[in-house]
Design a protein around this ligand. Structure first.
Ligand SMILES: [Zn+2]
Length: 699
């Protein structure tokens, strides 16, 4: 199995670039000469940072708390052994992990195309090896987006958060055993939360049989299995598409491209899997021994993830803050798309951890970044992280209560100076801008309450009028270039975007908008914002692929998906417009787990209700849940299940065929920027666009 970036990585970029270059034509109507490709830029249309951008970054540098160098010491502290091999191979034969491509970050002091604060963070994330947090607690860092942590138990090792995929986990385990592990086995695994970078590599470490037999304890917060998949299913195809923007999936690691994800350098591309826990932490606070180590678990639902928990090890005075406390402001709103998180709850759970455990803890560690040592430093970090989320919640609502809208708040809200001076409150994952808008979205929704924006025309419908009123494309291009050349990039975006919306085939307009986006991208401290602008520029310049997309399912993820979730998603996949006039009532019974559903299609809407059976259904379908999984994965059709007797039907089986004609396979290659669909020289994207429910998303 390969992940998105890995497959993108297999695309011969040079070849794609050549294809673009060969279709280069100097626009007849353009007064501007086509610039030569910039040496060192990965794209033939790529531009250097302008003097305006260079000035913006220089000024940004002056505002950074560069005198506080504690991160640099903490990140290095406790290094036992660096990882010597720069790549980790996947069993499938491709490269699962590649740190070589991030070495450029350390090869010069500054880059005029990378925000100095982001560069600093990405350099810190270049740590790559085995570290001691305190005697008895070790971390392998830089093998994936997340860390893997080993805690000495009485008879073996307790593992926190086994990365995204199995191969990096095995490499981490080997490095650990070579230096520290004493050949002792894994006795317990703790999943801190539901995101894929905290459990996906578990099969690299333990056998499922040992979990089922109870030999290995596998501990997770309550409702873990439900929430591992549910967060990403309903809007999953759209999220996958949007990940190309947030994570810059088409951009090579390079000074003008991808420079890391803030939380870590990237997401590994090995084999992912999921083993169900055999113990859940259900109480708000629960204390028990894990392989002889006293642990106090604090459930923190609806914070960074729908289900998450912190853990305190009182005998070691060691506080594991999962992904609730990081060396960054985290996402309240995630650009790939998500339900907006609850920053007030998040802040309060950190405050609770501070007062329950943080007043005596001597080491603070988590699933991303590096530990903090000494109670004073720990309290400072906990208080700062508590306050950044509380401040965003409170101050944004303060502004909203004074009339500031979702369309203004990112220009009005400012992180307090005291928090700006704390590196770990700066926006390397969440940005103050998109988080501020997210808070308003959470409480008030999308509407700014101006009726003009209540039922607006679609951009492509309103844009032609703007273009006409502005005097046509030549005038817009001229003024757009002026604004671009003056460094007024956001203003330039306003008018050139209108032209691209009105005239998707206007290559000159698309190229100018790409140039504008690129400069805005270079100026961003936040990698999600940077990647979004640079990926937008990339797609405007190159177009998006119309090639085949691969579609494979991870059996572990399908198994974790409830039948109800599957049926709900079926209702989303059904195109209501194709179901007009259809009507049926179906009973579904899965004997092996005893679940019953009524599935009903009427009013062009597919619904289901668990725990009920209709008295006179049009059809009764009986199939074991374990067999249904084959159909859920796409391995075996329902027709085949019926034909060989695996599934039994009573009543009108033609209903299933009628239903099938209404079900759509989502295509993730939909266009975001106008005029980018099926462009010549487009990069084949393949598996990156794999739609859920096959995968979960790392964060
Ligand atoms: Zn994570």
């Amino acid at each position: 199995m390969t992940t998105r970036r890995e497959l993108v990585g297999t695309v011969p970029l040079a070849g794609a670039a050549l294809a673009v270059a060969s279709s280069f034509i100097v626009d007849g109507g353009s007064a501007r000469a086509q610039q030569a490709p910039l040496a060192g830029h990965f794209h033939p249309k790529g531009k250097a940072p302008s003097q305006h951008t260079v000035n913006v970054l220089r000024q940004a540098r002056n505002g950074l708390p560069l005198g506080d160098t504690r991160d640099l010491d903490e990140q290095k502290k406790g290094l036992i052994a660096p990882m010597e091999e720069m790549t980790i191979m996947a069993d499938a034969g491709h490269v699962a992990w590649d740190m070589e491509r991030f070495q450029f970050l350390d090869q010069q002091d500054e880059f005029d195309s990378i925000h100095p604060s982001l560069l600093r963070q990405s350099r810190l994330n270049n740590n790559y090896g085995l570290y001691e947090a305190i005697p008895g607690i070790y971390q392998v860092r830089g093998f994936d987006l997340s860390n893997i942590t080993f805690v000495r138990g009485k008879t073996g090792w307790i593992v926190f958060d086994p990365l995204v995929s199995a191969e990096p986990v095995r490499a981490a385990w080997k490095l650990f055993q070579d230096h520290i592990g004493e050949g002792l086995p894994v006795t317990a695994v703790i999943y801190s939360h539901t995101h894929g970078d905290h459990w996906g590599g578990v099969r690299g470490l333990v056998d499922e049989a040992d979990v089922r037999s109870g030999k290995v304890a596998l501990i997770a917060p309550f409702d873990f299995m439900e929430f591992t998949v549910s967060e990403n299913v309903y809007a999953g195809n759209a999220m996958n598409r949007r990940l190309f923007y947030q994570y810059g999936l088409l951009l090579p690691a390079a000074p003008h491209g991808y420079v890391g994800q803030g939380l870590g350098q990237a997401v590994s591309a090995g084999a992912t899997g999921l083993i169900a826990p055999n113990r859940f932490v259900t109480e708000p606070i629960e204390a028990f021994e894990v392989d002889g180590v006293n642990m106090i678990f604090q459930n923190t639902p609806n914070t960074e993830a729908p289900r998450e928990m912190n853990t305190y090890l009182p005998d070691l005075k060691a506080l594991w803050m999962a992904e609730n406390v990081n060396a960054t402001l985290h996402n309240i709103y995630t650009l790939r798309g998500t339900l907006v998180r609850d920053p007030l709850a998040w802040s309060k759970y950190i405050a609770e951890a501070l007062y329950r455990f943080g007043l005596e803890a001597e080491v603070l560690f988590g699933s991303h970044h590096w530990p903090r040592w000494g109670n004073e430093r720990i309290q400072e970090v906990l208080r700062g992280q508590r306050d950044i989320y509380a401040n965003m919640n409170n101050q944004v609502l303060h502004l909203a209560n004074q009339g500031v809208t979702i369309n203004e708040v990112h220009n009005v809200y400012e992180v307090p100076k005291e928090l700006q001076e704390k590196w770990y409150c700066r926006g390397y994952h969440g940005s103050p801008q998109h988080n501020a808008r997210g808070v308003i979205q959470r409480y008030l929704g999308f509407w700014d309450c101006n009726p003009a924006t209540l039922i607006p025309l679609s951009p492509s419908d309103s844009a032609p009028l703007y273009v006409e009123m502005m005097g046509g494309s030549a005038k817009i291009l001229g003024r757009g270039r002026e604004l671009h050349d003056k460094g007024e990039y956001l203003l330039a975006t306003e008018i050139v975007n209108k032209l691209v919306q009105a005239e998707p085939d206007n290559a000159e307009a698309r190229d100018l908008l790409a140039d504008i986006f690129e400069q805005i991208g270079y100026q961003q401290e936040n990698p999600g914002l940077r990647n979004s602008f640079l990926n937008g520029a990339y797609e405007l310049r190159t177009g998006i692929s119309q090639g085949e997309t691969a579609n494979s399912s991870s059996p572990d993820i399908i198994r974790a998906m409830t039948t109800e979730l599957f049926l709900n998603f079926l209702g989303i996949r059904m195109d209501s417009r194709k179901a007009e006039g259809l009507r049926f009532t179906m009973n579904l019974f899965t004997p092996d787990n005893g679940e019953q559903f009524i599935v009903e299609l009427e009013n062009a809407t597919l619904t289901n209700i668990k725990g009920f059976q209709a008295k006179a259904p049009d059809l009764t379908l009986t199939i074991n849940r374990s067999d249904l999984e084959q159909t859920m994965m796409g391995a075996k059709t329902l027709e085949a299940q019926i034909a060989d007797g695996t599934a039994k039907v009573e009543g009108n089986a033609a209903i299933l065929a009628a239903l099938a004609t209404t079900i759509v396979n989502f295509d993730p290659r939909f266009e975001i920027m106008p005029g980018t669909h099926g462009s010549a020289g487009a990069v084949a994207l393949g598996d990156p666009y794999q739609a859920v429910p096959n995968k979960t998303i790392a964060e």
